[in-house]
Design a protein around this ligand. Structure first.
Ligand code: C5P
Length: 299
């Protein structure tokens, strides 16, 4: 039995760290937007074991990969004894704050449940997703959503009309940022954790009903403080984007990708080229239309 699935990425239009939790994680409120850049996963049921291969040599294919962990937790919960072979074709850059690994994990849970005739219900799948990682729950669906708690409480929002027809530019420089390091760095910037709650819902309303120009300054990411402090290049990229045609720009998640929302594809493409020649040819630079389509099936 075989199945192929696409797995998209995300940006955070808002990532407000509200405080530290007793479990070591941070309490968050986020406004998350699905982004139509896709990895592809090919699944084939096997007699025994979990095998992962990947087209990119730098991506781990052992049990440290979230897709393997998802397959393991699915098998344990569903009581499945057979195995699976997974081939992962990566297009989403790693350590970029785009959630690619979390998205692969969500796609794996959903695909295995389908291949085994849906032994697990939605609630159980969501429990497994939340255990696997803070961003995995968001990828169990494909709508813009407010995420709360650790990131696992997902509330889909009305379509963000202010973004319709815009073009999204993603720039990931030639280095990544490890997520735990970014959160640890918040300790040096206590001020960025003191913003009041309610901003994610407020921004979702403004982007559903108003214009990006009115809402652009409400885009916010607490993790910019520690990450820009260590990697000033990211701040320069953001500033360059805002000074050269972007209507909004922000770091994605814990970095290192910076996104810019541009009025049209031509602006996004020329801004991307300019950033690449100014800040580094080794960067991943990609432009995608918003809001984008999210079929998880492979044509
Ligand atoms: O949940 P996930 O494994 O993706 O988180 C990676 C790391 O990011 C955690 O180990 C933690 O250091 C940090 N994190 C956090 N608070 C969150 C989400 C992630 O401190 N809500």
């Amino acid at each position: 039995m075989k199945l192929s699935r696409k797995s998209h990425c995300k940006i955070n239009l808002l990532l407000n760290v509200v405080g530290q939790r007793a479990d070591g994680f941070h309490e968050l409120e986020m406004l998350m937007l699905p982004v139509p850049i896709f990895d592809r996963l090919d699944f084939e049921l096997l007699g025994y074991g979990i095998e992962l291969t990947c087209n990119q040599p730098g991506i781990p294919t052992d049990s440290s990969n979230l897709a393997c962990q998802a397959a393991e937790s699915f098998a344990a919960k569903a009581g499945v004894t057979g195995g699976v072979r997974v081939h992962l074709e990566k297009s989403i850059p790693a350590e970029g704050g785009l959630g690619g690994g979390s998205s692969n994990a969500a796609a794996t849970l959903l695909a295995l449940n389908e291949l085994h005739d849906q032994p697990l219900g939605q609630a159980t799948l969501h429990e497994l997703a939340a255990e696997l990682g803070s961003d995995v729950s968001f990828f169990m669906q494909s709508q813009a959503a407010v995420a709360k708690g650790r990131g696992e409480i997902i509330e889909p929002v009305a379509p963000l009309e202010a973004l319709a027809g815009k073009s999204l530019l993603l720039v990931r420089p030639g280095f990544g940022v490890p997520t735990p390091w970014a959160y640890q760095g918040l300790a040096k910037f206590p001020g960025v954790k003191n913003r009041p709650l309610g901003q994610a819902d407020e921004l979702a309303k403004r982007l559903a009903n108003g214009s990006l120009a009115e809402a652009g300054d409400a885009l916010y990411n607490s993790l910019e403080a520690p990450v820009f402090d260590k990697f000033p290049l990211l701040k320069l990229i953001k500033q360059h984007a805002l000074a050269n045609g972007a209507e909004a720009a922000l770091m994605c998640g814990s970095g290192s990708t910076v996104f810019a929302i541009c009025p049209d594809a031509a602006t996004a493409q020329s801004l991307g080229q300019a950033i690449k020649s100014k800040f580094g040819q080794q960067s991943f630079v990609q432009t995608v239309p918003l809001p984008g389509d999210f079929p998880n099936t492979v044509a």
